[in-house]
Design a protein around this ligand. Structure first.
Ligand code: FE2
Length: 170
């Protein structure tokens, strides 16, 4: 027995063995001296939650938002993911994004495939390649960069859709 506390989203409680703290949207989770506001962010999974440490300007997104990408829709719908990403978009732009995987380089290549002429993306790609070559993480990301560069945070913009000839889904 480790005696550790097992914390998770209330909506996932039925499938988290031993869970002893269940968290719901907008609840405050006390972690040591820090407080996290819980955001329910369904999409990748239905019970996904993110932890927003407002004073520390840090958001732990799990597999909902990655740098330049978002989680695969395993359980939720595109509409649910879209509204979860909108919740994240409304946070302060200087928020640091601690996501669940180091997928940035691969995601950047996908973003460039949608927008091969984007100088901003090309510059970002150079920066993250340099970091990875030194075996350093690209994370945490900064929300302001994601708002500019992450295709999944811009998919509702008319300009984005026109440039990529996407269907009007949102
Ligand atoms: Fe994962």
């Amino acid at each position: 027995m480790t005696g550790c506390q097992i914390v998770g989203g209330k909506k996932d409680a039925h499938r988290i063995p031993g869970i002893n703290l269940q968290l719901s949207d907008q609840e405050i989770f006390k972690f040591g001296a820090m407080n996290a506001t819980i955001l329910e962010v369904p999409g990748h999974t239905l019970g996904a939650i993110a932890y927003f440490f407002e004073s520390e300007e840090a958001l732990f997104t799990g597999d909902t938002l990655f740098s330049l990408g978002c989680g695969r829709l395993f359980e939720g719908t595109a509409e649910q993911m879209f509204s979860s990403l909108n919740k994240i978009k409304s946070l302060p732009p200087k928020t640091q994004i601690y996501c669940g995987h180091e997928y940035t380089e691969k995601n950047c290549r996908f973003a460039l495939s949608l927008d091969p002429e984007s100088q901003k993306l090309k510059d970002f790609h150079k920066r993250i390649l340099a970091r990875r070559e030194e075996n350093r993480p690209t994370l945490p990301a900064i929300l302001a960069d994601e708002l500019r560069l992450n295709p999944f945070l811009n998919c509702d913009l008319q300009q984005f859709k026109e440039r990529r000839r996407l269907r009007d889904q949102f």
